[in-house]
Design a protein around this ligand. Sequence first.
Ligand code: M6R
Length: 611
Amino acid sequence: MCGLVGYLGSKDALPFLLEGLKRLEYRGYDSAGVALLNEGNFSIIKKKGKIANLEAELPEKNLSHAGIGHNRWATHGEPSDVNAHPHQANSGNIVIAHNGIIENHLEIREDLEAKGIEFKSDTDTEVIVQLLDFYMKENPKVFFTDAVQAILPKLAGTYGILFLHKDYPDTLIGVRNGSPLCFGLSNGEFIISSDVIAFATYMPQVVHLEDKEMVIIEKDNYRISTFKGAIVDKELENIDKQQTTASKGEYDHFMLKEIYEQPRSVLRAIRGRLLNEEGNTKLGGINMDVRDFFDIDHICFVGCGTSYHAGLLGVYLMESMARIPSTAEIAPELKYRNPIVRKKTLYVGISQSGETADTNSTLQEIKNKGGKVIGICNVVGSSMARMTGAGIYVHAGLEISVCSTKAFTSQISAIYLLSILMARSKDMSIHAGRRLVKGLDEIPQKISQILEQKDRIREIAKKYSHFNNFLFMGRGNNYPVALEGALKLKEVAYVFAEGYSSAEMKHGAIALIDPECASIFICPDDNMRTKNVSNIQEVRSRNGRILAIVTEGDTEICDVADDVLEIPATEPELTPFLTIIHLQLFSYFIALELGKDIDQPRNLAKSVTVE
Ligand code: M6R
């Protein structure tokens, strides 16, 4: 959510800023802007809309060696040229770009307005730059860095901020409090950003800042300190290129490419972690061994959006396989009801990006209360991975599409591995373990078989593209899949869809059933099939339109549903891996049919770094 990029070095800053912004565009695309320091003055170019709008306004040649840029996902103030970042102080001396929310902005604004400061934008961000400007005017001898340090305690909320001052042309400052910030360096050049992908191709190493840390880059040197000025020593980390480079290749959209990557991404998640002979799995990164499991009597999965849905599936798996009572929580709901943190609960944070503010702040709250926390995360070195210090990397590779697809199947891979591992330490027999491990091993190949049905899925999606209301229904392990399927359709096609337990349908949602409402039943051959068939019949009797996802050869359901899509036979517990693939492609093709902006859906951002 919002992308920050800053450059200081001996080369022309603009190409680095522009390239960085393009790579970060998936994080926010309401507006974009750059500020370049040119011979003692700032040139600021800001445009509403996507980077292409900004690019059209940029000078061909530029001689600035210092600059900052920003992609915006609007929080305070509508998307517009004026509200776009960077923001400049009234004196013209300072520019900043900000990711996060300043919660006490109204208070600061009123205070500054009472002192005669005029504001140009509706953003919370502008208070930072005007406050700093005012402070420096009041304290004419103060150095830029000291002034930044002096105003930070006045800001409440979360932020990653980049600062430039025209009288300090060789200084670029970045501060972090709750919004990610890191920088890369190479031969006296520095790029600082909210995400390593902004500079991964130019720089081999990265330094991640932690909360309440700042970096002061001066010419070809840098120092990191706390907000209070204590110097912090940090290791340079090598950048994993695989995690940081992406192109659409032969695909029209990242979403489609990432759907097609799933046979490989699931394989990467399970590779080396299956023990066929023992009917078990191994997960080195959780820093627990089998004896530690005796002390766990409850698992709590914590996440948002798709990651929450993966956690909800975790509840079904942990309870049915490992017989450990489990819950899944929408992260901020847990945090703000003041969680009762228990010694014997294992808290499992789930996040693709590892930067979701709601999830990270909830995990932090749990840690502060002494809870045991591990993470299931895709991005190596992300804030969540560093905060938890233990967990499972899912190795899905970079996910660019705002609508998450391969992250989900990778996350559930990790959850199946963890569930089997814990189950085998409890009641699960070696035979049951072997059956599931073998089944998991075959999943990548079975996902490929579904991907081969692309044309059929597209044809069906076309038939359903005129519906304005969808119910996605499933039971048991496929209830979380129903929620996830509905989320996909909402996100990319902007069509109203609700995920529902098919068991719950008759308690209310059945009132919606008529020929204008499409019911998508997830009804594979598992222990819920018979019950699902009854639910399908209930919809049929009320003239509802039915698309069913079934296991191949299920002629009984073929006879009652209007349309069916088939998954290959698999172990009943593992069907979510396959049913979700149909729903991802179904949503993709409906969005395509409706002409939507699939990789950058309106109002969304890839990584939500504000609460
Ligand atoms: O990076 P995270 O997994 O923590 O992100 C959580 C949600 O914001 C994310 O899953 C969101 O719901 C996706 N856009 C879903 O497609």
